[in-house]
Design a protein around this ligand. Structure first.
Ligand code: V47
Length: 405
């Protein structure tokens, strides 16, 4: 470990940091080694002043501590039941007006077909998010979940962002808890992390003016956690935000996680500007992507997992991301639309063999997980749930300790 500290000190000497900044970095590096929390002001310093390789080196220590050499993926399918949306978020290329030519709404039969396709492909998860349709009532969204559940009683339904739950609460005039209970009874098993964007109210009002605010997003997740639902969290970066806004976002998530422990994974989402209201902005670079993965790993000390979402990072960046704090690369993801409408050039899906190759080349051991981070054991086309991935990590740690002794 002191070799790592020496390496960091050496890199700092040639990095243009002042003597005070070098001392500050050394102190933060020692905190990371000791498993101590990094303060918000130090997070801003890391974001603004410290080179990406040093951040990656530090983040990798945390990643190894939490997940050893394992890298997770899942077999999943996306379903966006409608792209019609009352909101006009400036970063979104997916949404459509009610009478737009590109507007679509899935019928029950289309949903069934997508679920059958998912089941036939051995998917353990269906990821469901969509637009907030001007004319659809809460029952329509509830029915989407019911149709999925009837078609496949086993598949895990990860559905609706906090923004959608907030919208359903507005539509029904019922509290979040009531809305979430209806969804759980219909078959929802967890929630994705979308809709968080950036919590800072000023930036949020410039990129998604009318959407539910940070407090509402956090309150929906708090309520979901209290009801026993595990959820994910995201942050959209690379648009109008600054280092302060990013660190503030991460610290707000960290605070809620201290309170509930209900978050599973954090996914930093790189802004894709094509066909959006912010198309004049450049796309974040690969280095920025790696920096965000590393910073997330360092700041979110109470999150078990950081996801390098290959579909928006590209396969090469996601692969390198596994050495910059990430331990998960999401899944096979068939039928992704949100990023592809915004210019993503990645394929719409990857095979399991391709995911394995990405992970193994990165020096990690691929582990298929389900949505709740339990191992998936496959036997031909059939699958069953094995022990939680944390048991693999504990076992790997035990055998390393045994070798050392
Ligand atoms: O909330 C929309 C983002 C999110 C663009 O929980 C954009 O496992 C970049 O949350 N450029 C939805 N980002 C996707 C999402 C997600 C994805 C993968 C896994 C999980 C999970 C969640 O996508 C939105 C928004 O932040 N988004 N448009 C765009 N042009």
């Amino acid at each position: 470990m002191s070799a790592v500290l020496d390496g960091i000190a050496q890199a700092a000497r040639s990095s243009g940091l002042t003597a005070d900044e070098r001392r500050r970095l050394a102190r933060i590096a020692e905190q990371v080694m000791a498993g101590e929390r990094i303060a918000a002001e130090d997070g801003v310093f890391l974001d603004r002043r410290v080179d990406v390789l040093t951040l990656g080196r530090l983040a990798n220590i945390v990643r190894q501590r939490k997940n050893a050499h394992f890298a997770y993926y899942n077999t999943n399918v996306h379903l966006n039941p409608t792209n019609v949306c009352v909101y006009r978020c400036r970063f979104c290329a997916f949404r459509a007006d009610l009478r737009s030519e590109k507007a679509f709404v899935f019928s029950d039969d289309m949903i069934r077909e997508r679920v059958r396709e998912a089941s036939a492909a051995g998917a353990t998860e269906i990821h469901v998010v969509g637009g907030l349709h001007h004319l659809k009532k809460f029952d329509w969204y509830l029915n989407v979940i019911r149709v999925i559940r009837e078609t496949d009683p086993r598949i895990h339904i990860k559905a609706w962002t906090a923004v959608e739950i907030h919208w359903f609460s507005y539509l029904t005039r019922k509290p979040y808890q009531w809305v979430l209970r209806q969804m759980i009874d219909a078959g929802v098993g967890s929630m994705p992390g979308g809709g968080a964007e950036i919590f800072d109210p000023q930036i949020r009002s410039r990129i998604c003016e009318h959407k539910s605010d940070a407090e509402a997003w956090l309150e929906v997740h708090r309520t979901a956690h209290r009801l026993g639902l595990r959820t994910n969290a995201t942050m959209l970066y690379g648009h109008l935000e600054s280092a302060e806004h990013r660190i503030d976002h991460l610290c707000r998530l960290r605070k809620l996680q201290d309170e509930t422990g209900g978050f599973q994974t954090f996914i930093p989402l790189a802004f894709h500007p094509e066909h959006t209201g912010l198309a004049h902005l450049p796309r974040p670079t690969g280095l920025m992507d790696l920096k965000m993965l590393a910073l997330s790993r360092l700041m979110l000390d109470n999150f078990d997992h950081i996801k390098a979402y290959w579909i928006m990072l590209t396969e090469p960046v996601a692969q390198v991301g596994l050495s910059f704090g990430a331990d998960d690369i999401d899944g096979t993801v068939v039928h992704e639309l949100i990023y592809h409408d915004a210019g993503a050039k990645t394929p719409e899906g990857l095979t399991v063999a391709e995911l394995h190759r990405l992970i193994e080349e990165a020096g990690c051991v691929p582990v298929e997980r389900d949505t709740l981070y339990r191992t998936v054991i496959r036997d031909g086309r059939d699958w069953r749930i094995g022990p939680p991935v944390s048991e693999l990590v504990d076992t790997a740690r035990g055998s390393t300790a045994a070798v050392r002794a």
